[in-house]
Every structure is written in C-alpha cells, then in structure tokens.
Design a protein around this ligand. Structure first.
Ligand code: ADP
Ligand code: MG
Length: 387
C-alpha cells in the first residue's frame, strides 16, 4: 500500500497543511460477473470487489466544517457540520459525499468537522461503480470505531444516499460488495436476505473488464423505466399469487403461465430477471466445479438476455461482446453494470490475456475510432483502513 498511502498523505498535507498524519481509508469498485439488473428485484448477484478503489485521507478540521477535495475532478466543496442533516442535493459529484454525511446524521452518528482528500483509481462513470466506492469511502472516513455501526448498515446507508439524495433508484449490490468484497473471491449476494457467500474462482482464468468509453444518456431514465416495468410484472403475477412480492419469488414456469396477463414488453423484462437469477446459481456451481466452458456460456446467455429482453445494451457493448467471443482464450463475455455503455466483463484464459487486450483494442479502435481501456481485475477485499 506504499503507493496510495504516500500519495494521499502528500496530497492531504498540500491541501490542508501539516500536523498530525491523516487516517487513510479505501473502498473498492466492483465488476459484476453475473446477475445483472436483478438486485432491485431482490434477486442474486455475483460481483467481485476490485483492486481499483476510492481512497480518502481524513483529518480533523478546526472550523466546524466538513470539507472535501476530489483529486479526480480537482474541486473542493464544504458544508457546516451542523447543517448536514438538512442539506439539499446540488446535482453534482459532491452529492455522493454530502448524501452519505446526511444519512450518517440521520442514523444518529456524530459527524465531526473534517477535511477529506479523495482520490479514486476506479474509472468514473464506466460501470465499475466509482459512485459506491466514493460513498463507502466517505462513510469509512467519517465514521470511527466508536460509531458502533455494523458493516451491513454502512452499505444500506450508502445505498440510501444514492437513492434518496443523488436520486438514482439503485439496488444494494454496489455498496454491499464495496463493503464485503473478499480477496480472490466473487461474492454471491442475496439481495433479499442481505446475506452472502463467497465463491472461489477457478485457477488459470482471468477477469478482464473492457471499457467501451461511451455512456449514453438514456441510462438514467431507462433504469427508472426498468424498475417500474419489473414492478408492473410483479403486480400482474401477484394478482393470482399474493405470495409474490418481487420477481425473486417467480419461477420461469410461473412467469410463462402469467404471460398473457401482462404486456409483452413487461413479460420480456421479467423473463430477463427471472432467468438471470437462475444463471447466477448455475454459474456458481460451474465455478466451484471449474467448468470454464459452461461459465462462459452463461456469460453470453446473460448478455443476450440483457441485449434482447431487457434492452439495456448498446451497439458498442454488443460489438465488444461479439468480437471477444470469437477470440482465442475467451470463454465468455457480457456487458456489466447498468448498461448503455460502460464496460464488458470477459472471462479469459490467463495466458491469453495480453493478446486479448491488444486484439480487442485494435478492432474497437478500427470500428469506433476509440481506444478502449481494459483492466485485469484482481478480486480484492472490501472497504477498510490502510496503513
Ligand atoms: P459508476 O458508478 O459506474 O462509475 P455513476 O454514474 O454511478 O457511474 O457514478 C459516477 C459519478 O460518481 C461521477 O459522475 C461523479 O459525480 C461521482 N464520482 C465518482 N468518483 C468520483 C471522484 N473520485 N471524484 C468526484 N466524483 C466522483
Ligand atoms: Mg454507480
């Protein structure tokens, strides 16, 4: 950790002056292996926490204010600590910080006047969850051991900050994995019980995220539409079976039986969610058994379902997936995250990774004139202090 630690301490001191060394915290981004757009239907997801993370150096301020400098956007913002419980969103990056501070106050935690110096190595706005990394790192920075807040409460509070303050009706996955990630493992999260299991990944295979470098504006509104469409499907099914409270409770045969009771579009949305939940389960079993070929097939099936039934992909992501699956050493590829841009996740034989990265970059550049960044993902631990 020598790299980020010394960079953070230096940056903090330059911004806020010398004195006592700041505390250092880290919260990772994530790549979701499978289980896409299932969290807000209380289903299953299987993300890994990344080595790429949001780091914060934090120390006390002596003027009653909470102050934050983002090294990424090179801007600072500040608030009176006594006002935090009643602040309003500003419609910009600092809302992720302010929203968490406000939720902490609402949860009865004491937020001390502090200076925050933040720097994230998670690519921002690329579907690798820089937002949750920022939220969880903020919570870690503002909390100390005496707060008594459980780690699950931290994840939930950060989710509330994004939902209620930033205004993005997200599920729990991103904040949860940023808190509970485990080195070397994927984490299967049950988004209803909020329990999890860790899943070891087979050897000899690498997870590579490829960034399309595009983000279509449609993302935010389509996300809200999908949340609503899932709710419509649940309403149609629960009319005949009151035990159904979310798509998590629905099996494929039950959905088929109810198909006529909902619009075709709503049925297709529900078919994605219900079939995706089943794929998470199957992927876990395949992973434990080391069945790389099957894992890859499930990746592709997930992508096709997101592409055709859920309609949250885009031409750039489809191109990256279609290109990847024809390349040497690639077991499977799919879009990851909310969609409409951002990253694909690829399951690649470890000795083929460098050739894959070079090859996909070349053909994407040829097709779109954009050099796609790619990241070899190292499954990492969740949020905590660094030294
Ligand atoms: P993702 O979470 O996939 O990266 P989002 O759109 O959910 O994409 O979140 C990205 C937003 O989070 C950015 O537009 C910015 O407002 C905020 N953000 C994330 N990291 C930082 C950072 N290091 N500094 C400032 N803002 C950040
Ligand atoms: Mg996000």
């Amino acid at each position: 950790m020598a790299g980020p630690a010394s960079f953070l301490i230096e940056g903090y001191r330059e911004k806020y002056g010398g004195g006592e060394a700041p505390r250092l915290v880290r919260a990772p981004g994530r790549v979701n292996l499978i289980g896409e757009h299932t969290d807000y239907s209380l289903g299953f997801v299987l993300p890994v926490a990344l080595q790429m993370a949001c780091y914060i150096a934090v120390g006390p301020s002596d003027d009653g204010r909470l102050r934050v400098w983002s090294e990424n956007v090179r801007q600072s913002r500040e608030w009176e600590v006594d006002d935090l419980g009643a602040i309003e969103p500003a419609g910009e990056w600092s809302d992720y910080v302010a929203g968490v501070a406000r939720e902490l106050v609402h949860a009865g935690c004491r937020v001390r006047p502090s200076n925050l110096y933040l720097w994230s190595t998670v690519p921002v706005g690329s579907g690798l969850s820089s937002s949750a990394a920022l939220e969880v790192a903020t919570a870690m920075a503002l909390l100390d051991e005496s707060s008594g807040l459980a780690r699950l409460d931290i994840a939930r509070l950060c989710q509330r900050a994004e939902k209620d303050f930033v205004g993005m009706p997200c599920g729990i996955m991103d904040q949860y994995i940023s808190v509970f990630g485990k080195a070397g493992c994927a984490v299967r999260i049950d988004c209803r019980s909020l329990g999890h299991d860790t899943v070891r990944l087979p050897g000899g295979v690498s997870i590579v995220a490829v960034n399309s470098m595009v983000k279509h504006e449609l993302g935010g509104s389509a996300y809200r539409d999908r949340v609503r469409e899932c709710r419509e499907a649940v309403d149609a099914i629960s009319a005949g079976d009151p035990a159904v409270a979310s798509l998590r409770d629905v099996s494929i045969p039950q959905l088929e039986a109810c198909a006529a009771s909902m619009p075709k579009l709503v049925y297709r949305r529900a078919r994605h969610v219900v079939s995706e939940d089943a794929r998470v389960e199957e992927f876990m079993l395949a992973s434990v058994a080391g069945e790389l070929k099957r894992m890859g097939e499930l990746f592709v099936a997930s992508h096709r379902s997101l592409q055709h039934d859920y309609e949250v992909s885009c031409p750039e992501l489809d191109f990256l997936v279609d290109s990847a699956i024809g390349m040497d050493g690639v077991f499977g590829a799919r879009m990851t995250g909310g969609g409409f841009g951002g990253c694909t996740v690829n399951l690649v034989r470890s000795d083929a990774v460098e050739a894959f990265r070079a090859g996909i970059a070349r053909i994407y550049l040829e097709r779109y004139g954009i050099d796609p960044h790619s990241y070899v993902c190292e499954p990492s631990d969740g949020a905590g202090e660094i030294h």
